[in-house]
Ligand binder design. Structure first.
Ligand code: G6P
Length: 470
């Protein structure tokens, strides 16, 4: 069946649930992306192509809550080389300021190309004449061009959810030109921040030699590609509603109680990733307790670390590092029944996250580099009483919008300590002044607005080009 809108992303928006009888069923994952795109998918008879996780082969297309999903299988080797290898041990660290050293392996690149090819083939088969195809993220940067070769009639959009690095770092990549050309297959390329779009345009000029003007690239065949910022957001109203519900309020109170009703709760929620700066933030908190700025009765730190990419070496090393640090800090600072840090290596449903956000007085988001960071925005959306403090890294995309947070440089431990302490001591009036402003920003720029603005822009640019052509 041909569809007017095709979403192409490395993952399908579902989680696999294995029942007692061993049978697999699917549950919709709670991600913001799918809820944002859902109305457009329904209206445009949309379909979503992606990997459902695992190595199961020959999966049939299926429907969940009326959404058409087309699973694309990966072999164990493709998972190792395309997903864990090129996507998450080459591109991920390279695009995040080389926080870890990227590995370059030619076999990984070959697998990345093959998997991208398969995604492009599927999308080409599913798209109706003149359809819109929206490709997502760093795992699939070759798809736009591969798709255009097969289907020049399509409107192709690409959105990068993670940072796009400065030329000085991107140039390390042995396949830099292929990646740039892959992306240029799109009509519109969306980034989180204007700086990332500028990095891209500059690289295209330098490395591919195309003419550029502001946010446009002029290709030799007359086609124009636009690169611009579309900062992603969350379902703000959905989070607010959840946070306002009775069960979540009760759960938040129960969490505080279980922690011994401390005066203040610090909270970190991250995928367990070396870009997130978990180690440095826990050290900063630990030093504040050690130096008696507050005691573990006054302030505890709850750190949720969601398991992620556990087969990739850097992630294993990080896990061991964090385990060791938490053990040491609790050993040095904790009292009986009062650990300094409550460390949870687990993922939680949205309701529990909302309860944690409501329970926490100070949210600590200190990545070394982050495309956006939706946790920061979720915290703000859940602070329905307009209190609570956000300590936020300058190097998260969210810092561009959430100016009233306590902004920190995560490499500066003393600076972070000062910000944590300042947030800890802040007067209610100060907290509410800051939180009100941030809540207004999030309410006005939610994920629906993000998806609409990207898709409208993709359609309009097409209209412009068509008008010029005729
Ligand atoms: C980041 C990426 C996404 C990715 C997600 C989870 O947000 O931008 O593309 O899906 O992390 O990572 P995973 O490797 O589990 O898909």
């Amino acid at each position: 069946m041909a569809h007017d809108l095709v979403i192409v992303a490395n993952r399908l928006p579902v989680d696999r649930v294995t029942g007692r009888d061993g049978e697999t069923t699917w549950r919709r994952s709670p991600g913001g992306l799918v809820s944002a795109i859902e109305p457009v998918m329904r209206a445009g008879d949309g379909v979503w192509v992606g990997w459902p996780g695992g190595t199961e082969q020959h999966l049939e297309p299926f429907e969940i809550d009326g959404l058409h999903l087309v699973p694309l299988s990966m072999t164990a080797e493709e998972i190792t080389e395309h997903y864990e290898g090129f996507s998450n041990a080459t591109l991920w660290p390279l695009y995040h300021d080389v926080v870890a050293k990227p590995e370059f392996h030619r076999e990984w690149w070959d697998a990345y190309t093959r998997v991208n090819e398969r995604f492009a083939e599927h999308a080409a088969e599913l798209a109706a004449e003149g359809a819109t195809v929206w490709v997502h993220d760093y795992q699939l940067q070759l798809v736009p061009q591969m798709l255009r070769e097969r289907r020049p009639d399509l409107r192709i959009g690409f959105y990068l959810h993670i940072p796009f690095p400065p030329a000085e770092l991107f140039q390390q990549l042995p396949w830099r030109r292929q990646i740039l050309e892959g992306l240029l297959g799109a009509d519109l390329i969306g980034f989180q921040l204007p700086g990332a779009a500028q990095n891209f345009v500059r690289l295209v000029r330098q490395r591919v030699g195309h003419k550029t003007h502001r946010d446009r690239v002029h290709l030799p065949d007359g086609r124009e590609v636009r690169a611009a910022a579309f900062p992603i957001s969350i379902d703000a109203a959905g989070f607010e509603e959840l946070a306002s519900s009775e069960p979540v309020a009760e759960r938040a109170a129960a969490i505080r109680e279980a922690l011994g009703n401390p005066r203040k709760i610090f909270l970190g929620i991250d995928r367990l990733d070396y870009t997130k700066g978990i180690h440095a933030r826990l050290r900063a908190y630990g030093e504040l307790v050690r130096d008696e700025h507050f005691s573990v009765e006054d302030a505890v730190f709850v750190q949720v670390a969601v398991p992620s990419r556990e087969q990739v070496e850097q992630y294993r090393i990080l896990r061991d590092d964090i385990d060791r640090l938490v053990g040491r800090l609790n050993g040095d600072l904790g009292r009986i029944g009062r650990p300094a840090i409550s460390y949870l290596h687990s993922s939680y449903p949205r309701e529990e996250m909302a309860a944690l956000y409501r329970a926490a007085d100070i949210m600590v988001v200190t990545p070394y580099r982050d495309g956006m960071n939706l946790v920061a925005k979720e915290y703000v959306a859940c602070r329905i009483e307009e209190d609570g403090a956000l300590v936020l890294s300058e190097f998260a995309g969210a810092a561009d919008e959430l100016r009233q947070a306590w902004l920190v440089n995560p490499y500066d431990i003393n600076g972070m300590k000062a910000a944590l302490l300042d947030a800890y001591r802040a007067e209610p009036k100060e907290l509410s002044r800051r939180m009100k402003a941030m809540r207004k920003q999030i309410a006005q720029h939610d994920v629906k607005a993000w998806a609409d603005s990207f898709l409208t822009s993709l359609a309009d640019d097409g209209a412009d080009t068509d008008a010029r052509d005729s």
